[in-house]
Design a protein around this ligand. Structure first.
Ligand code: ZN
Length: 194
């Protein structure tokens, strides 16, 4: 039994939580605990309507990420073609081993930064390397929404939020909202519960 309560509940940590600032630890072996965690994270991501969730957002400082990027968003890169049909997908120890020189500006949001959306400039595509829970090694160029989501989620493993990646103007524009979010979070231990 994954859940003790009849009513399932999921917790996502929000901006200001210490766990979101840590460098997450590698997953050394895929045991039942990791499989259960990945399954819970996939459910939580869906409850909160996200397309990606990193373990630190779920309160676990581990290099484990789940994705649920919709298929219809493919721009045709090899990683999108291979991985989008496999969604939802859990991976361990993901890395970005190359980044395109070309960049794209795209609006981002984050389950850990509820209600705040802002444009972020990032490489248009990345070469993504990771392992699935079944031990399959993945290495693909990923662009489009998946490439963006990979960059956003992997940042969580190194203690960064998308709000750390804003241009000075955008940062200034959302600073008040972000500060309000952080101080509101203090009163509920930086947790959103559903
Ligand atoms: Zn996020």
């Amino acid at each position: 039994m994954l859940f003790k309560n009849k009513k399932e509940s999921f917790v996502v940590y929000t901006a200001g939580a210490a766990v979101l600032k840590e460098i997450a630890s590698p997953v050394v072996s895929v045991n039942q605990e990791i499989r259960d965690l990945a399954e819970e994270m996939i459910k939580a991501m869906r409850f909160f309507d996200g397309i990606g969730l990193a373990a630190p957002q779920y309160g676990k400082s581990l290099r484990l990420v789940v994705f649920d990027v919709p298929k219809q968003n493919s721009t045709g890169t090899p990683g999108e073609e291979y991985l989008l049909p496999k969604m939802p997908l859990a991976v361990i120890n993901p890395e970005i081993i190359a980044r395109s020189a070309q960049v794209t500006e795209r609006e981002e949001g984050c389950l850990s930064v509820p209600g705040i959306y802002a444009p972020v400039v990032r490489p248009s595509s990345v070469v993504f390397r990771a392992q699935t829970l079944d031990g399959e090694f993945l290495e693909f160029e990923c662009g489009g929404l998946l490439g963006r989501c990979i960059q956003h989620e992997l940042d969580h493993l190194d203690g960064f939020l998308f709000t750390d990646r804003l241009s000075p103007d955008v940062e200034r524009a959302i600073r008040g909202d972000l500060n309000r979010l952080k101080s509101a979070g203090q009163n509920r231990n930086y947790r959103r519960i559903k």
